[in-house]
Write a protein that binds this ligand. Structure first.
Ligand SMILES: [Fe+2]
Length: 244
């Protein structure tokens, strides 16, 4: 009768057919995977676990001034050619855009979006500080029929229930980082991730993988109630809609 409260690991087949929509596998362009070799090794391992499709989302932020639509697209093409030789995972290119000074420049050159229709833009903010500018920038892009997807809202230290509800009221979509549920980003992010998951406020799920070793090391730390596992599986289903 108490099974509702029992905590479980992720099911063995959790990644079977999975579509990841947030990762830093494109080598050598940000703080993610450092080399082609490491990225290809990771893709082969992920394919063995059943991962089917991945959206690569390199950082577009001021500390990587060389990352722009043209340069990253060229990097992706070279990478894709090597990937084709070793695995079948289908890759797509998008970006993770920091809400800061350069954001509107990237808007001007055209965002690399999560979906084929070219509407869903993965956005992140500073972890520490809330700025009014965030909503101003997102308002501007929504006026152009774009859909903000807020990356890992559970990780922002300034964010509380009021902020989350205000953002949902503005129709932003939320993407959970899976490892937030392993406590990788600290206790507050873990607590917020459980809250957002149980309230049904997430729309998508991503690995935000920067290294395969880190990802594999912390996955076993995840403990979830049955209804939370069901919710994660629904988020994986939602991810697929971005590939249609
Ligand atoms: Fe990321």
């Amino acid at each position: 009768m108490f099974s509702f409260w029992r905590k479980h690991s992720l099911p063995e087949d959790f990644f079977q057919g999975a579509h990841d929509i947030h990762c830093h596998l494109l080598p050598g362009v940000d703080d993610g995977f450092p080399s082609m070799e490491k990225s290809l090794q990771a893709l082969k391992k992920l394919e063995e676990r059943g991962v089917k499709r991945m959206i690569l989302t390199p950082h577009f932020m001021n500390i990587y001034p060389n990352n722009n639509r043209e340069s990253i697209s060229a990097e992706f093409e070279s990478f894709q050619a090597e990937v084709n030789k070793v695995c079948q995972i289908e890759l797509r290119l998008a970006g993770e855009y920091m809400l800061e000074g350069g954001f509107m420049e990237h808007f001007g050159e055209g965002f690399l979006t999560l979906d084929k229709a070219g509407t869903h833009v993965l956005c992140e903010t500073s972890y520490l500080m809330y700025e009014l500018n965030y909503t101003n920038m997102l308002y501007d892009i929504m006026c152009e029929e774009l859909q903000p997807v807020i990356a890992h809202p559970e990780r922002y230290e300034y964010a509380n229930t009021d902020v989350y509800l205000r953002w949902k009221d503005k129709r932003y979509k939320f993407q959970l980082n899976l490892l937030s549920l392993a406590g990788v980003y600290g206790e507050p992010a873990l607590v917020k991730a459980h809250y957002l998951l149980n309230e049904g406020l997430y729309d998508y799920i991503g690995s935000d993988m920067h290294s395969l070793d880190n990802f594999r090391r912390f996955l076993p730390e995840i403990r979830l109630k049955k209804n939370e596992i069901d919710a994660l599986e629904q988020l994986l289903e939602n991810n697929k809609t971005l590939f249609d």
